[in-house]
Design a protein around this ligand. Structure first.
Ligand code: SF4
Length: 90
């Protein structure tokens, strides 16, 4: 009788390896696997002032108090850039 086993995905493999490598190391590996490189301010024409109603504190990518999920570096809540995405609350 043949047994079928579900394929082992990368995340499951990494989680099962936790006992061997320690949870702190695993956590760092998962964070790095999910982290995407950020775009430079210059590439998205970031400016430290609003563009009309567009400002970072109203963007879905903004991470208070001064960061962005997509753009590298310190981000002003009053800044703006070309990849602004309005949040539902704005
Ligand atoms: S407008 Fe949005 S995507 Fe652009 S820097 Fe500000 S928070 Fe990031």
């Amino acid at each position: 009788m043949l047994r079928t086993r579900a394929p082992l995905c990368r995340r499951t493999f990494l989680q099962s390896a936790a006992g061997a490598v320690g949870s702190a190391t695993l956590s760092a590996a998962l964070n790095n696997a999910n982290a995407a490189p950020k775009i430079s301010k210059q590439a998205v024409a970031y400016q430290d002032h609003p563009d009309g109603d567009k400002r970072c504190e109203r963007c879905t990518q903004f991470q208070p108090p001064d960061a962005c999920k997509m753009v590298d570096g310190q981000i002003s809540p009053q800044g703006s850039c070309r990849i602004f995405i309005p949040s539902r609350q704005s």
